[in-house]
Design a protein around this ligand. Structure first.
Ligand code: SF4
Length: 213
């Protein structure tokens, strides 16, 4: 038996109650496959959908499923070929019906912690798209805000530096965050989402698997 996984439904139920107190919705799925099906079913036919960089969503095939769907209008910002096209696609993203992303950490109290380089992902989390779906493996749950920030700094950010080829950061030399101001740093924006101003705009899909980093 996977004893850790057995504890997830109860912990997820606690987090979902806390999310609701913060004007956010939550749901728990035991597997990424079930969560993907639910997320796709929740977007009505004709909806426009877009996303920020997320290994979680990519690994579970969510982006590919959106692109392949005949009932969704998917907008993929990575198709931009010039800086101007990138700007225009970003502007269109902010008007989409649905924005998909993961989170670098979530506290047991329902706060979301995210670090961003360009800021487009956290900008859409804060405002713009009508709905935000946050897809999160239970490996990203932290007991409190301090440990969530430490998780984001010491695990998510270094891995993201490596993912985007920023290999000269101190964290990729020592394996831990040095709170650097390096030109290579991707840690430009630290965003803590403690409440949604619009009730139900943000929905967190907790998944009982290790997903992303
Ligand atoms: S602040 Fe610097 S050292 Fe810390 S995680 Fe970000 S890039 Fe790495």
């Amino acid at each position: 038996m996977d004893y850790l996984k057995e504890t997830y439904p109860k912990l997820a139920a606690t987090i979902i109650r806390k999310l609701e107190a913060r004007n956010m919705d939550g749901a728990y799925y035991a597997s990424a496959a079930e969560a993907k099906e639910a997320i796709l079913a929740e977007m009505p036919e004709g909806s426009s959908v877009t996303w920020g960089g997320s290994e979680t969503c990519k690994d579970m095939g969510l982006f590919d499923a959106c692109l392949a769907s005949s009932h969704l209008k998917a907008l993929d910002r990575t198709t931009a070929k010039t800086p101007q096209e990138k700007r225009e696609l970003y502007a269109k993203q902010t008007l989409c019906d649905y924005f998909l992303m993961s989170t670098n950490a979530i506290t047991m109290d329902g706060e979301l912690v995210n670090i961003d380089g360009n800021g487009n992902r956290v900008a859409c989390l804060i405002t713009g798209p009508t709905h935000v779906f946050v897809v999160c493996g239970m490996n990203k749950v932290a007991p409190d805000l301090q440990s969530a920030v430490l998780r984001a700094r010491n695990f998510a950010a270094p891995a993201n530096c490596l993912r985007v080829g920023r290999t000269k950061t101190p964290c990729l030399t020592t394996g831990r965050c040095a709170n650097c101001l390096s030109e290579e740093s991707i840690c430009n924006q630290f965003v803590i989402t403690r409440r949604s101003g619009v009730k139900g705009r943000i929905k967190v899909f907790l998944i009982g698997e290790n997903l992303g980093f």
